[in-house]
Write a protein that binds this ligand. Structure first.
Ligand SMILES: [Zn+2]
Length: 239
C-alpha cells in the first residue's frame, strides 16, 4: 500500500518535471521576426501569425497588420497600429501580421537626454553606447518631443502592389509638443534583405491616439533605453 502511494507520488513528480522541461519559454534576449523584409517588399502582405501568438515572443516591437494595415508599435505588452488617418488603434489579439519584429524589452543601458536633440543626434547618442554595430538593439525612447514627423499608409487591396508602389500612398503627419514613446530596432548593415538595416522606429503618443513610422523628430527631454541582442529568430512565410 505504502509502496503504491510512493510510486504514484514518484510518477506525478516525473510528469511535472517533464512538463517543466518541454514547456517552451522564449529566450528574452532573442529578437523574433515574422517573415523577411524581401517578402514584404515583393508585396506579401498577408501572414498567418496572430497578435496573440506574437505576444508570446515579445512585449515590445514594430510591424504591420495583414494587408499592410498601418505602422504597428508595441511596448509594455500593448500593441497599437497607426493607420492612414494618423490615428493609433489598439490591435486585437486575433488580428494577423505579415511582418513584425518583437522582443522582451529588458534594458541593458539607459541614456538621459536633457538638451534639444534631433533624430540624427539621437542616433549619435545611441551609437556611442553600442557595443558593436554588428549586433541588434531594441530601442525605446520615452519623452517630450517638440516635433515629431511620422508616416503611415492605407491598407492595401488585392492584388497587392510591391512595397515601393504601396509607399506612394503614404501620408505624412506632423505633431507638435507631444509626449510619447518611440519603439524600434537598430539592425546591422549585413542584415539587409532579412530585415531593415539601420534604424526602424515607430512612435505612439502617451494618450495612445496618434503616431506612425518615425521620419524626423526633435526631443526636448527623454530617456533612451537600449536592449542588446545577438540572436534573431525568424519564421518564414508559407505562401
Ligand atoms: Zn515602419
Amino acid at each position: 500500500m505504502m509502496r503504491d502511494v510512493l510510486i504514484k507520488v514518484l510518477l506525478v513528480s516525473l510528469i511535472f518535471i517533464f512538463a517543466g522541461c518541454t514547456e517552451k519559454k522564449p529566450d528574452r534576449d532573442v529578437i523574433y521576426q515574422v517573415s523577411v523584409v524581401g517578402a514584404l517588399s515583393a508585396g506579401m502582405y498577408d501572414g498567418d501569425i496572430t497578435i496573440a501568438e506574437l505576444k508570446e515572443q515579445g512585449d515590445f516591437g514594430i510591424g504591420t497588420l495583414n494587408g499592410f494595415d498601418g505602422e504597428m508599435a508595441a511596448f509594455d505588452g500593448e500593441f497599437y497600429t497607426v493607420r492612414a488617418d494618423g490615428v493609433a488603434y489598439p490591435v486585437g489579439d486575433d488580428e494577423m501580421t505579415p511582418f513584425a519584429v518583437v522582443t522582451f524589452f529588458d534594458p541593458d543601458r539607459v541614456i538621459s537626454i536633457d538638451n534639444e536633440t534631433d533624430l540624427e543626434g539621437l542616433k549619435v547618442l545611441l551609437e556611442d553606447s553600442f557595443r558593436s554595430r554588428n549586433i541588434f538593439y531594441a530601442i525605446r525612447v520615452d519623452g517630450d518631443f517638440s516635433y515629431m514627423k511620422t508616416r503611415a499608409g492605407p491598407k492595401q487591396e488585392k492584388p497587392y502592389p510591391p512595397l515601393a508602389e504601396a509607399k506612394k500612398d503614404q501620408r505624412i503627419f506632423e505633431l507638435k509638443d507631444v509626449r510619447g514613446t518611440i519603439a524600434g530596432f537598430f539592425s546591422p548593415e549585413y542584415a539587409g534583405g532579412i530585415t531593415i538595416p539601420g534604424y526602424h522606429l515607430h512612435f505612439i503618443t502617451d494618450s495612445g491616439d496618434a503616431g506612425g513610422h518615425v521620419v524626423e523628430c526633435i526631443i526636448r527631454k527623454a530617456t533612451a533605453a537600449i536592449d542588446d541582442s545577438d540572436a534573431l529568430l525568424m519564421t518564414i512565410p508559407e505562401y
